[in-house]
Design a protein around this ligand. Structure first.
Ligand code: ZN
Length: 87
């Protein structure tokens, strides 16, 4: 049972870790007005984020899984803020 709850807590926090890594690498930014994450569509920044994920994955997460998570989160984030008026 302990193993299961530990694993769940890793899964709960990996999303927060991934967002942190993506911000560190400047691959995403937060809308200053609304707080939505936006993909900056910068291939170099993405590469940096993958690099950080592979070198320093969270405890209990393999480098491959960390990299996959970064890719997953990037795919789920749009390149515009849904609340900002588009022109
Ligand atoms: Zn906005």
């Amino acid at each position: 049972m302990l193993m299961t709850s530990e694993r769940r807590s890793v899964i709960r926090t990996i999303r927060g870790w991934t967002i942190y890594v993506l911000q560190e690498a400047s691959a995403i930014r937060e809308c200053e007005e609304h707080g939505w994450m936006q993909d900056r569509a910068d291939p170099h920044a993405r590469e940096r984020a993958f690099d950080i994920a592979r070198r320093a994955p969270p405890v209990g997460v393999s480098p491959d899984a960390a990299e996959a998570e970064v890719r997953d989160v990037l795919n789920s984030i749009g390149d515009t803020c849904p609340e900002c008026p588009s022109d």
